[in-house]
Write a protein that binds this ligand. Structure first.
Ligand code: CA
Ligand code: CA
Ligand code: CA
Ligand code: CA
Length: 326
């Protein structure tokens, strides 16, 4: 019996934790009713009562303003402050907008799973002209979307979020924050479009890192590397998704046969490729790393592509090349 009595106050705290942490405005007497509970059933009823009584939105800097279910109903948020709300009914889309600053990069952080919400959030972001967009379903650690994107020179940006499985309820809470941020990755070259065939490939050398964007649907970015000696290992490492890009990239390496065959759709041309590095959707780190041991020196051609064919100015990546002699 004593262990049950010892457990009850803890259970009471746990039962209240989910709502109490986000609803600090609850009256004290509601908390204290659990002190006198003498069975687990009472405990459950009290917890249920908590949920039924907690209709106000969770507090944060900028509570969502409903209706906000389409672009025209977007409410304005401020950078660096948290906005929050609830997917409280079916098809509860949450549209918002923020004015641009002179920042070069922005970061959007969504929290739902992180704060114990059952909501599985998808984030969609675009510029004010609705020409460049990104869609993010999670990040490398949780199902909560995280996006880092370059300023496009827009006057403002739109964001909206929705529950990916169409679920809703009073506990389907979310919060979101847009911040200015600094890009911490380095590069020493930028891709030059058009580079959509091996004939237009940009040459890379050992130690170089390129910055590029998968600007349109099915954008292909081709790179060329010359290997003068055999017994070399070439390593291409992409850094994108793991640093907040929405891009889920994959790499395919071809011999110089690539420039002598029909490469209209190189992903169907299975004969000529020598190495592939595919991101794995079940793996939180989607950035491919390709290692290939070269036995025939010469020219090689590498294409980088978005796995789902998505693309816009927001789908950025860096890719480094190193050539290791055995
Ligand atoms: Ca809502
Ligand atoms: Ca809404
Ligand atoms: Ca490109
Ligand atoms: Ca391209």
């Amino acid at each position: 019996m004593s262990h049950i009595l010892a457990w009850l106050p803890i259970a009471s705290m746990l039962a209240c934790k989910a709502c109490a942490s986000c609803m600090p405005g609850l009256p004290d007497d509601m908390e204290s009713t659990t002190d006198s509970a003498d069975t687990a059933q009472d405990e459950q009823e009290t917890a249920d009562t908590h949920w039924e009584d907690t209709s106000p939105p969770p507090p944060c800097d900028i509570p969502e303003v409903e209706p906000n279910d389409n672009l025209n109903e977007s409410y304005e948020i401020e950078r660096e402050l948290w906005t929050c709300g609830t997917f409280s009914e079916e098809f509860d889309f949450e549209w918002m907008t923020f004015p641009a600053s002179d920042a070069e990069w922005y970061e959007v952080l969504v929290s739902a799973e992180d704060m114990g919400s059952p909501a599985n959030v998808t984030l969609w972001v675009s510029d004010d002209a609705m020409t460049e967009f990104a869609m993010v379903t999670g990040n490398r650690y949780t199902s909560d979307p995280w996006l880092v994107f370059p300023s496009l020179g827009a006057d403002s940006y739109y964001l909206y979020i929705f529950e990916d499985d169409g679920l809703y309820g009073d506990d389907y809470e979310w919060k979101l924050r847009v911040s200015e941020t600094k890009m911490t990755l380095d590069w020493d070259m930028e891709e030059q479009e058009p580079n959509d065939s091996p004939f237009e490939a940009l040459s890379m050398e050992d130690g170089q890192t390129v910055f590029g964007t998968l600007t349109t649907s099915n954008d292909m970015d081709w790179y060329h590397v010359n290997i003068p000696d055999d017994k070399s290992t070439i390593v291409f490492q992409v850094e994108a998704y793991g640093s907040g890009s929405p891009a889920n990239t994959r790499l395919i390496l071809y011999t110089d046969a690539a420039v002598s065959t029909d490469t209209a759709d190189p992903f169907d041309t299975v004969d000529d490729w020598v190495a592939r590095a595919f991101s794995d959707e079940s793996d939180y780190d989607r950035d491919p790393r390709m290692e290939y041991s070269v036995s025939d020196p010469g020219d090689y051609y590498m294409v980088l592509k978005e796995a789902e064919g998505l693309g816009s100015e927001l789908y950025w990546y860096t890719m480094s090349l190193s050539i290791e002699q055995e």
